[in-house]
Ligand binder design. Structure first.
Ligand SMILES: Cc1cc2nc3c(=O)[nH]c(=O)nc-3n(C[C@H](O)[C@H](O)[C@H](O)COP(=O)(O)O)c2cc1C
Length: 187
């Protein structure tokens, strides 16, 4: 086994698109890989100092969409360009924008699934950012991505993950097993 020094290499990483409004109601989006979830109600994101951070200081509500192969180029674009100095950032993505039904934040309807969130806590806040903990108020899923049981069908979404080792985006593949079940074979 080869050894490497510590790095942000928890695998696989999500590609989260955070949607916010500024105080004039103008939508913005940014890409975030360093986020996660540990229960049914809250998510965590490591947030630097961005236009998004300024927006959240005014309106502590946002959306989180999961990037797909189709949205990949613009999803990367919103991660390398700031709304602070690019006033037509959202026009360049060509994403369709609607107000979220339950929070004061934009929904980008080109994405199959979106969380509506409200900030609950900011940890270690400084001028360089903070660790954000937010409550999930609601989950939206485009009907065309629902499975026969009425729940979101992840395999249909062509979601991408972020590979921080080589800075690649990788499309999720096929279902290979059943969680909480296949392991029973070894009981
Ligand atoms: C793959 C990728 C992952 C990123 N992950 C994060 C992250 O987890 N947290 C963060 O604060 N910024 C992250 N960024 C950087 C922001 O998306 C970037 O600074 C963006 O331009 C901020 O946009 P804004 O200033 O319009 O809000 C990431 C960028 C990329 C491309």
């Amino acid at each position: 086994m080869k050894s490497f020094k510590s790095a942000a290499w928890l695998l696989p990483q999500p590609v989260l698109i955070i949607g916010t409004y500024d105080k004039a109601g103008k939508a913005n989006a940014m890409n975030a890989a360093w986020g996660g979830q540990w229960d049914n109600h809250e998510i965590m994101i490591s947030l630097g100092s961005h236009a998004t951070t300024d927006n959240l200081a005014e309106i502590p509500e946002f959306t989180v969409a999961f990037a797909t192969t189709e949205t990949m180029v613009a999803a990367d674009f919103v991660g390398i360009v700031s709304g602070k100095n690019t006033s037509d950032k959202m026009e360049k993505t060509c994403w369709a924008i609607e107000k979220a039904p339950n929070v004061n934040a934009p929904v980008f309807t080109n994405f199959p699934m979106t969380l509506e969130c409200r900030i609950k806590q900011k940890i270690d806040e400084s001028e360089t950012g903070y660790y954000l903990i937010a409550e999930i108020i609601n989950i939206l899923c485009d009907e065309k991505y629902l499975a026969d049981d009425g729940k979101p069908d992840v395999e249909k979404m062509k979601l991408i993950t972020f590979d921080p080792v080589h800075n690649n985006y990788i499309q999720l593949g096929k279902i290979v097993g059943k969680a909480f079940s296949d392991g029973k074979q070894l009981k």
